[in-house]
Design a protein around this ligand. Structure first.
Ligand code: CMC
Length: 391
């Protein structure tokens, strides 16, 4: 009807219909394809969840085996990609590297760009599900100065990622089942979250029929920001800073509440969850278990628990319904697993990959129109043009 309403940050704007993820922010409910996140985190593995997100149902053993086989067939990248990786400085942030390499894959896999049929989509999907863990592992190996490797076809999806990340040049890496289970859980909890910033980015880029890999690369860039996926790195940096500063959590609580200070309590608050984040509950419990099982004593965990307790009792946080989110405790687990802090958001991207893919596929199958918001113009009216010498 020609009337435009403005909704900054799309706080109250629905952009699509979707059958993938159900989220009730008031009640703290999260379900993928109708399956409760608590059940999936406890009973499923990441690849099963990826299959359910992308194709709609939990797979049969046969379906899962075929999906995994097809992924394994694609678990190598073009040798030239190594040269691109080599060209990055060693201190480059792994998220920048991951986004660039994901986009670069388009150049080496042109058949994955113009995909229309379900079969072409499937081929692009198993390609990226195979190649992405290689890129994830390589961003870490690059940082550590380790030679680049490939995984093993004998391993499960998550074991393979660990093997590729941690295999040392002259030492065998033994997969610790506690670490594998914890990573499975973390990846499942991050696997989809309906129309968040990075997912909306993937859908909007994909809506122009840019290819899957280009859309994912844009999603990775969106995820990088500290208000989104980058929060997991920011949380740990914040907890470290509090520790270094003598552990005075009250000082940081005061900073977070001071409106003249841009500091926010990282890992707190969520656009949709206004009572609790169900993922955070599962992760908090997992953090206790994993650190206990691995015999890791991390004083940061005590600081995190102290901060959480104070915030939950503080009027400022209560009034604004600010609760710990999924990333308040995830970094503590990643650190216990030996994953460097700059890799945390890369791990989030690995988990979110199936969600992005599922949303992109749904958007294409629904034949959604190109995303193109409008605006209300607030600039100058028509002005006289003056030649440069007269300005
Ligand atoms: N610390 C202190 N104050 C906060 C915080 C925080 N972490 N989060 C929100 N607020 C305040 C904010 O200042 C505002 O106060 P007022 O009404 O007085 O102006 C009020 O709460 C509402 O905040 P908002 O920024 O309007 O809320 P939003 O829905 O736009 O933002 C958010 C949601 C997650 C970006 C925000 O809570 C935040 O910046 N949190 C810290 C970063 C973080 O942990 N992000 C990870 C999100 S979960 C992982 C993911 O899915 O990406």
């Amino acid at each position: 009807n020609g009337v435009i309403t403005i909704d900054p940050g799309y706080k109250n704007t629905g952009a699509c219909t979707s059958g993938i993820t159900f989220l009730d922010g008031e009640k703290g409910i999260l379900r993928y394809r109708g399956y409760a996140i608590e059940d999936l985190a406890e009973k499923a593995d990441f690849l099963e969840v990826a299959y359910a997100l992308i194709f709609g149902n939990l797979p049969t053993e046969e379906q899962l085996a075929k999906f995994h086989e097809d992924i394994k067939e694609n678990a190598i990248v073009d040798e030239e990609v190594k040269k691109i990786l080599e060209a990055f400085p060693k201190n480059a942030h792994p998220m920048g590297v991951l986004s660039s390499l994901t986009s670069a894959l388009t150049a080496f896999n042109p058949s994955s760009v113009n995909v229309d049929s379900e079969e072409e989509m499937y081929n692009a999907i198993v390609k990226i599900m195979g190649k992405f863990p290689v890129l994830v592992a390589w961003t870490m190996r690059k940082k550590k100065g380790f030679p680049l490797n490939y995984g093993s076809k004998k391993l499960g999806y998550v074991e393979n990622v660990l093997q590729m990340m941690f295999e040392k040049p002259h030492e065998d890496y033994e997969i610790n089942p506690i670490v594998k289970d914890a990573l499975d859980k973390l990846l499942i909890l991050h696997a989809d979250h309906e129309q968040n910033c990075s997912t909306s980015t993937v859908r909007i880029v994909g809506s122009s029929h840019a290819g899957l890999f280009a859309s994912l690369s844009a999603g990775i860039s969106a995820l990088w920001g500290p208000l989104h996926g980058g929060a997991n790195q920011a949380v740990l940096e914040m907890l470290e800073a509090i520790k270094e500063d003598g552990g005075d959590t009250k000082k940081y609580m005061a900073k977070a509440k001071d409106k003249s200070d841009p500091f926010r309590l990282m890992g707190f608050g969520h656009r949709v969850y206004k009572n609790f984040d169900p993922r955070a509950r599962i992760i908090k419990k997992a953090a206790d278990e994993v650190l206990g099982d691995l015999g890791v004593e991390d004083p940061i965990l005590d600081i995190a628990k102290g901060l959480e307790k104070e915030a939950l009792e503080d009027q400022y946080f209560v009034d604004r319904k600010l609760y710990p989110n999924v990333d308040f405790y995830s970094g503590i687990i990643y650190r216990a697993m030996g994953i460097p802090i700059e890799m945390f958001t890369v791990m989030f991207a690995l988990g979110r990959l199936p969600g992005w893919i599922a949303q992109w596929r749904e958007m294409r199958l629904n034949k959604e129109p190109i995303g193109r918001p409008r605006q209300i113009y607030t600039g100058e009216n028509l002005r006289d043009f003056k030649n440069i010498s007269d300005r």
